[in-house]
Design a protein around this ligand. Sequence first.
Ligand SMILES: [Zn+2]
Length: 541
Amino acid sequence: MKKAVLYSRVSTDEQKNEGKSLEVQKDLCIKWARENDCQVVGVYEDGGKSATKTIGRDGLDDMIIRCQEGDVDFALIIDTDRIARNEFDHFNIKRELKKHGTQLVAVNQPMIDDSAEGMLMDGMLASINAFYSRLTGRKVKKSLEKKCEEGWWPGWGPIGFVNKNIGTIEKPINIIEVDPEFGPKVTEIFKLYSTNRYSVDDLVEISYKIGLRSKNGKKLCRNVLYAMLKNVFYTGSFKFKGKIYNNAKHKALVTPEIFEACQRIMDIHNRHVCRRRKYKWLLNGLAFCKEHDSRLFGDWVSHKGRAYYHGHANKGCRRYLSLDTIEKNVAKHLQTIQFTEKFTNRVIEKAKELVKQSREVKQQEIENVRNAIKQLEVKRNTLEDNLLDGTIDKEAFKRKHGEFDVQIQNYENNIATMENQGGLDVNVVVEIVSLMKNIRQEYEKASFEAKRHYLSMFFEKLWFDEAGNIVKSDYTPLFQHLIDNQFIRIRANWLKDRNLNITTYLDQAIKVFENFKLMSELRQELDKLKSPFVSPVLATT
Ligand SMILES: [Zn+2]
């Protein structure tokens, strides 16, 4: 009999979400183990942990250590996002497990094998997870919206408020109350700001003095105070997924008049800094100065009125490289990466297969829950008969009926969560394939977040010379693997702009047309597979 270990994780935000609770995750993994004739030899979990870092996740470490003993065939998780939200961790963990003969299986996702195309898909899914977890609010969850409709903000209350469960552990009723200590202090800060006599920096100091502090007793950051002054939550309403809910049940800490005054003051102050704030630093953490072995940081040089990346002075690097130049060079550099035609086709085949599998897996899961609901409904009907027969009294009927209703509601929430769960969606596949076909073009039209996502998929470090040219690039483990196996060609000076002649133009035109044709064919084919409940959440950016 084969052996399996289970790993489940919930983040603090997810703890209250039925669909992802540790129990649900464990159940799904155990079910997989049973269906695949596996003996479960270890159960590991991390409660209230975020996947953005692997540090400090004891459960995960213990699981890996257990697998290192060498006799474990499968490590089961429900989704790849349980393991890591960035592809480097994901790749490394998977490789470590494989070294000891353990295969990582995401039971809610179709099986991704260890072929090169499987690995690319896997890496891309992992980085798509990483990308979407960076965007505010992860996937629409019907149960959360329901909470909003009821007038309760579905997350942690902002500073000045506390979350409270006034129900039981089994049947929690989570509400948000004013924090008796911090609440009045928040009101005070709003009032001070509305007088227009204090800057946000002044208020950082004042907050600290009156005892309005961060969880670990430190000064609040400027950004936290800014966010606080801008948050409509304090006026007794809230915003969720872009929608304002005025039916909020939590108490207001600030009157609409004072809040409005604060917004006006902030607008006036921000007008002077908006030019600076427009810049986000695409290459922070990625760009390095080759000569001084120094990281390059994005900065705004106000007397020149321009944005630069500059080195670390104590590493001897006093270089200032124009933001425009080096970001443009990065885009150009992407032209050197080219997937081979053969490999691209293999990925397309794999993608089609995976979308189909993903749909089937999801449909089966949902079908199972629907059946469970049906059974409960039958029981509920019997109960009604029993009341009519007089076999049970009204009190017992009410209690039992209520229990069934709660269970059915929970199951329905589960379905909503499953329907909205990532998995593999047509749009993701189209995104992956069009990226493979023309990296630079896709990159140029992408949003800031998507650009960062693409770069982090390809590169660990980019090294620049004094003119802002890229002299060396360190690829991510995944991409290095693909290059080593000649699935990707790296060309020096591929299609230098000034060398374009009429033939190359024609070639390019034909390529663009072929890509277009291929993409629309692929989309049509995949649309046929598209199930009615695949959500468009992962639409291309
Ligand atoms: Zn330097």
